[in-house]
Each structure stands twice: as C-alpha cells, then as structure tokens.
Design a protein around this ligand. Sequence first.
Ligand code: ZN
Length: 66
Amino acid sequence: MEANRKWLSIPEQTRKMLIGNVFCSQCLDAVTIKDFIITGDPAGVVLEGKCAACGHPVARVVEMDN
Ligand SMILES: [Zn+2]
C-alpha cells in the first residue's frame, strides 16, 4: 500500500495525536509537526516535516501492522 494511503487508513483522532506529539531535538519536547510529508518505512510510515515551534526538521516513525 502506498505510504499516504497507509497514513490515511489510521483513524483521524489517532493521526491528530501523532501530529501533535513529535519529539523535537531542538525544543527537547513533544511538539506539533508541520509541513510534513508521508514516506514509506519497513515498520509502517514516517512523517517528515518541521517543528511548529522552532522550524527544526523533525520526523516520526508510525509503526503499523501491515
Ligand atoms: Zn522545535
């Protein structure tokens, strides 16, 4: 399955939670990711974007069953 479709198969509430809970190594805190793209990963999908607070590049792996 294409990465973007995989991502969209996750319930919206869960997606919102994931988007708002990405670790930023600059802020040293959980932040909201912005301007992100979805890429494929053997474990699931990866969100790659920027920290909404400081603009530092951040990424989050979302592990999925398939
Ligand atoms: Zn940040």
